[in-house]
Design a protein around this ligand. Structure first.
Ligand SMILES: [Zn+2]
Length: 208
């Protein structure tokens, strides 16, 4: 079954929960395209990670990238290969696994290396699953959580940037270059931080 057809079937099934027998539960007047659109859009917005991304302290381009990752909307090779758009589905960064979103941002040795160094620098454990959700659930101070979220998003942005370079130019840059860029970008953002708690001040002093 094609991806398009599966999506249409999913939306049809989602709409079933808006009906009881043949009555549209959302509006007394009955179903309208407008009420249907608002209802389905509202359902989509209820996912917990939306706030994590858009209300975070990360750069807008990093937020957008992270939103695409969590929406599973990046054109990774596994997806392109399925549609006959590329010759193979191997990861551009390591050539050792199928290039899925999960592989590129969680299990690939490239992201693993970059995340390890960045997390060591921030003195936090390395996330095993999706870093955005993982950091969002930590009971850290709001400032520490914001900075760590921004760091994970910066890592994901840098990894995808390197992946595109590898795909288009055939060059895989050393993870250390990506790490340097991430740290520079975050340090610039940290300078403007408003520090309230002394625990945050000590933590920031240790990483600046
Ligand atoms: Zn890989």
């Amino acid at each position: 079954m094609s991806w398009n057809w599966k999506t249409i079937c999913k939306i049809r099934d989602d709409f079933k929960s808006g009906y009881a027998a043949s009555t549209w539960l959302v509006e007394k007047k009955g179903y309208t395209v407008c009420s249907g659109y608002d209802w389905i859009r509202y359902k989509e917005q209820k996912v917990g990670w939306v706030k994590l991304i858009w209300k975070s302290w990360a750069m807008p381009k990093h937020k957008f990238m992270s939103w695409l990752i969590l929406r599973n909307a990046l054109n990774v090779k596994a997806k392109l290969y399925k549609h006959g758009i590329c010759q193979d589905d191997l990861c551009c960064l390591c050539s050792a696994g199928q290039e899925t979103i999960e592989h590129v941002f969680q299990t690939c040795q490239y992201v693993s290396m970059v995340l390890s160094v960045v997390c060591d620098w921030l003195c936090i454990p390395k996330p095993i699953v999706n870093g955005i959700i993982w950091v969002g659930r930590r009971k850290w101070s709001p400032l520490k959580r914001s900075i760590c979220l921004a760091a994970v998003m910066a890592v994901y942005y840098a990894v995808w940037h390197q992946r595109n370079k590898a795909r288009l130019e055939g060059i895989v840059l050393r993870p250390s270059i990506a790490i340097q860029q991430i740290q520079q970008c975050l340090k610039l953002r940290m300078i403007s931080c408003k520090i309230v708690a002394s625990v945050d001040a000590n933590w920031l002093a240790s990483i600046m």
